[in-house]
Design a protein around this ligand. Sequence first.
Ligand SMILES: Cc1cc2nc3c(=O)[nH]c(=O)nc-3n(C[C@H](O)[C@H](O)[C@H](O)COP(=O)(O)OP(=O)(O)OC[C@H]3O[C@@H](n4cnc5c(N)ncnc54)[C@H](O)[C@@H]3O)c2cc1C
Length: 426
Amino acid sequence: MSKTLSAHVCIVGAGPVGGTLACRLAGAGISVVLIDQATLPPMENPAFDGRAYAIAAGSRCLLEAAGLWDALDVPPNPIHDIRVSDGRIGRPPSRLHLHFDHRQAGDEPRPFGWMVEARSLRKALNARFPMQAGLHLFAPAKASVTRSNDGAVVRLENGPTIRCRLVIAAEGRNSPLREQAGIQVTRIPYHQTAIVCAIAHEHPHHDLALEHFLPSGPFAALPMGPSVDAEPGGAAHVSAIVWTERTKDAVAFMALDDARFAREAGRRLGPHLGAIRAVGRRWSYPLSAMIAHRYVDTRLALAGDAAHGIHPIAGQGLNLGFRDGITLADLIIEAVQAGEDVGGEALLARYQGVRRSDNLLMFAMTDGIDRLFSTDRRVVRAARDLGISAVNRLGPMKRVFMRRAMGVGAANGESTSSIAGHAPSA
Ligand SMILES: Cc1cc2nc3c(=O)[nH]c(=O)nc-3n(C[C@H](O)[C@H](O)[C@H](O)COP(=O)(O)OP(=O)(O)OC[C@H]3O[C@@H](n4cnc5c(N)ncnc54)[C@H](O)[C@@H]3O)c2cc1C
């Protein structure tokens, strides 16, 4: 095919970040070409990805603006409380803990976030792409990109040639476009693996998300809605767990039978949910962190995991990617409305200026928290328990933490954004 297409923007990578940004831009009348190297429909199968994302309020606003929130087939479960505690395996959590109650976060109480299944988001995206006027999707497709000051040309193998003003790399951690542009990255290997699965439990979770810090890595239990297919007859009380262990130990835990796996998970979780059963299959994700030294190059912007990857300790990786998307969407829409160049140097510099500092802060915070809590030394344990208890008692500091977790803090590009920081619809 020798056809040529023209578009304002070409997004490479139709994952949660690239796909959502494409829908948001097309919905605002921007012409977008979206390309993914993979065949998309299998990504919505239950066997493809077991993750459930903790989605902050700011991210929900983006999903709403992109027409995706109401299309999620599994209703997102709100997170009303967050409890952070320090502990040791098999022992009750320390009495000095941090408790965040959504009613204390602001004048109008709203949840800290919502648990959204990765599979459900992929399903909503795949259904939305063909319905969106102004969005051309090519998947599976292999793209080669040439960029110059005058514009970018994207050639698809066995497909059209696309001429555009800006290319957005949203290809995930191993972004070929980032490498092609010679953008250096800093990587941190964690030698940890996250085990992810669902558990059914005896007592309700009351929309509480628990983060229990253990010497081998954090253990999180995140509140999900009742599940019809978790086990025969369904399960009324379900949580998603993200259980981080040193990689060699994670391999052994992954191989345990269901009963022993549940027993080990229970030793880390504590007794508050009563008897637990592991349901469905288990997934494992080796962990590392990465941050790109630059987010832009001539006619190129990096977004989502192509620009940064962080430890899942605070469930913020995708939220950062969505904040990249919010900032990019605002700048692009504004430029098109003003008749300006959407891939111009000024726009790219503004994007990098807003997003890199916010992402760098979260990169450093998540890495620091993992290091601080992954040690069992008595002095460090005592100091961090005192720190936890002090923050718990300091109202203003707690409020800052809570607003950051919700994705509505000032560093999120809130001041320039048309959607972040607005209350999500009821
Ligand atoms: C255990 C775990 C738990 C997590 N929990 C949370 C959480 O609770 N909350 C949260 O906010 N984040 C969480 N995250 C982080 C989150 O999963 C990632 O930040 C998110 O998936 C990044 O999305 P993305 O669209 O940038 O990249 P990806 O999800 O990696 O998508 C990239 C897309 O690009 C495509 N692609 C790749 N290469 C090419 C190419 N060369 N050409 C074309 N297309 C290409 C791929 O097929 C894919 O569709 C968690 C991560 C882990 C590991």
